[in-house]
Write a protein that binds this ligand. Structure first.
Ligand SMILES: C[S@@+](CC[C@H](N)C(=O)[O-])C[C@H]1O[C@@H](n2cnc3c(N)ncnc32)[C@H](O)[C@@H]1O
Length: 337
């Protein structure tokens, strides 16, 4: 029998459980956990010891799997204690066993590390690219780059199609995203609706602690720590094709919508991860959505952030509204008016 690959898992939140489930026990085993919070050194996660990155030199392992949505600071921390890129792998395949669900920009860095081949060595699933609908039957060429394996095709493609409907039906209004982070999806919204005002709502300093703790307490998410802090409005604006169309509303939503009571929207993306801002988002945006407009609520079928599912169902039940669950990588609920 071949040697079992010894893995250290960097991260003790929800994604680390997904990593654990995805590992083929005949090929690899997690031998310990890493957490950047020094206070957690010596604690136990999934029955194994948690260490600080500085203690890695005392541990024998083959590979570190970074199990977190935003890995920049973790990579930097590992580098600072002498871990080379060949020892790091970024895991972000969520729960998909057959479909490569590489969504966030961190995935672009996967190839820089040894991670793809290393992950494939020790995971159950193969990261095959699925046959994607290019819609030749409709005689359409698509603006989605199908050769880009890092794209969430279903999400981006649905945005593209919804954009066509909105333009064709001459639906009035501006567009918005609540939960922008570094603007991966906002860039696509800006491209799709190049002549419309785009409101960008985000704290740009990560989650509100109270809102995050509420979701943790209610079992909707694991420890959310300091996710999404590493961004800024300037960084997001610098990525936009039409920055002059963007209006940044920095701070805690819904307070940041003050003064926008009379605004009309034709497309809104709500991607705030937590129950409270998502429900607040639906309460603010839906009444202001023009007939013929759409709201995408990301993470409707995400088992790591379950607040979106609860907020969508609560809002839909209360207001007797129907929505369509999209089959993109985190699951998006689509409200159409
Ligand atoms: C998953 S990220 C957004 C990802 C982004 N849509 C993309 O496609 O890359 C979630 C974002 O929601 C923001 N957020 C969460 N609650 C918020 C609130 N109450 N007000 C403003 N922003 C919030 C966080 O700061 C974080 O940047």
């Amino acid at each position: 029998m071949s040697k079992i690959i010894k893995l250290m898992c960097f991260g003790t939140g929800g994604l680390s459980d997904v990593v654990k489930r995805a590992i083929d026990p005949e090929k690899a085993a997690i031998v310990g956990y890493i957490n950047s919070d020094k206070a957690l050194e010596g604690s136990v996660s999934n029955g194994l010891k948690v260490i600080h990155p500085e203690s890695l030199c005392n541990v024998s392992y083959d590979l570190i799997i970074i199990a977190a949505g935003a890995c920049d600071s973790m990579v930097a921390q590992l580098k600072s204690v002498g871990v080379g890129p060949e020892k790091m792998a970024v895991y972000n395949a969520l729960e998909s066993k057959t479909v490569e669900s590489l969504v966030m920009d961190l995935n672009a860095r996967i190839n820089t590390f040894r991670s793809r081949s290393a992950l494939e060595e020790c995971m159950f699933y193969r990261t095959d690219v699925i046959g994607l609908a290019t819609m030749p039957i409709l005689g359409r060429s698509r603006s989605i780059d199908l050769s880009d394996r890092l794209t969430d095709f279903v999400r981006y493609s649905s945005l593209e199609l919804v954009g066509r409907e909105i333009e064709r039906n001459k639906i009035p209004g501006c567009v918005a995203e609540l939960g922008v982070y570094r603007g991966d999806f906002a860039v696509k919204i800006n491209e799709t609706f190049g002549d419309r005002k785009l409101y960008l709502f985000d704290t740009f300093v990560g989650f509100d602690h109270e809102q995050a703790e509420n979701d943790q307490r209610n079992g909707l998410t694991a420890n959310v720590g300091t996710q999404f802090v590493d961004t800024s409005p300037e960084q997001v604006l610098s990525r936009m094709k039409y920055p002059e169309k963007c209006v940044v509303r920095a701070g805690l939503f819904p307070a940041t919508a003050t003064g926008l009571e009379n605004e009309v929207y034709c497309f809104v993306s709500i991607d705030a991860d937590l129950f409270e801002p998502i429900l607040d988002g639906l309460k603010y945006f839906y009444p202001r959505l023009a007939p013929g407009g759409f709201i995408f609520v990301h993470d409707y079928n995400n088992s790591i952030f379950m607040g979106a599912n609860l907020a969508v169902r609560e809002f839909a039940d209360t207001n007797k509204l129907a929505f369509f669950p999209l089959s993109d990588s985190c699951g998006t609920a689509v409200f159409a008016k």
